[in-house]
Design a protein around this ligand. Structure first.
Ligand code: XBP
Ligand code: MG
Length: 253
């Protein structure tokens, strides 16, 4: 079975959007709506276990604010989340959200090698648009055959729905693809879809359980900034390039 396609998670995998984007945007939205809530980095670590911004807001209210009086929590979370999305898009459009090491390089190398690319994320579609456009330019949105995002599927990660959706749209079997994730919820989702997964950790996820990962790395690496191998077979590879991916794909199929 040859390797045909690469499927990428977005938040935490393509860029450190959680720390530098989503968390900041949530706090800006709280302030603008006159709420005296501030989510610290430590609290956000825990809140990230719940995927999807609206669900995260509702989880916070239910767990931490038992006395918060609100008639319709769903409507409230929806309104707050819409404002948060605006704030997030603004932050990203300012251009201060660089892609993680090796991401742009790998996109280019994969395209040159004829690999098909796709995105599978639980974040809001507008957020993906803003991130890709601000880092790679608007035409780069066309690099991705499918951008599976948000509530296009009934269940967010850790459910496998979004990966099943992307595979179906691409008419590919999981054995023809590799997935890229950064979190426990992410690998639970890819595993449900039977996808071999490359993990690149970040500060929020470096202690997560990544059982089943093909390899766990610090990042995808650049020629002048090789990755650290955290778990997996030691090879000659110092950066994640197409040859390394083909090797991983062959080993783990
Ligand atoms: C990460 C998430 C997202 C973002 C927030 O998903 O859990 O919910 O934190 O995005 P992934 P929204 O790593 O799969 O991209 O507020 O737009 O839901
Ligand atoms: Mg992620």
């Amino acid at each position: 079975m040859t390797l045909e396609a690469l499927i990428f998670d977005v938040d935490g995998t393509l860029a450190n959007t959680e720390r530098d984007g989503h968390l900041v945007a949530f706090n800006l939205a709280f302030k603008e709506l006159g709420l005296d809530w501030t989510w610290s980095n430590e609290l956000y670590h825990e809140l990230l276990n719940v995927t999807g911004g609206q669900l995260r807001i509702k989880h916070y209210v239910n767990k931490y604010l038992p006395n918060f009086e609100i008639e319709d929590l769903n409507a409230f979370a929806l309104k707050l989340h819409q404002l948060k999305t605006k704030k997030y898009v603004n932050i990203v459009e300012q251009g201060d959200m660089p892609l993680r090491p090796g991401v742009e390089r790998l996109f280019n190398e994969a395209r040159a090698a004829g690999l098909r690319l796709a995105i599978a994320t639980t974040t809001t579609p507008a957020n993906v648009d803003a991130l890709i456009t601000s880092t790679l330019g608007k035409e780069a949105l066309n690099w991705f055959e499918v951008i599976g995002a948000g509530d296009v599927v009934p269940n967010l990660k850790p459910a496998g729905d979004i990966y099943h959706y992307v595979l179906e749209q691409m008419n590919l079997d999981a054995s023809q693809c590799l997935a890229f994730e950064d979190s426990h919820n992410g690998i639970v989702s890819t595993t449900d879809a039977h996808l071999k997964t490359i993990i690149t950790v970040n500060d929020y996820t470096d202690t997560h359980d990544f059982t089943g990962a093909a390899v766990i790395l610090s990042n995808l690496g650049e020629p002048d900034q090789p990755f650290n191998l955290i778990q997996g077979n030691q090879t000659q590879a110092r950066i994640v390039d197409v040859a390394y991916l083909q090797e991983l794909h062959a080993q783990h199929c």
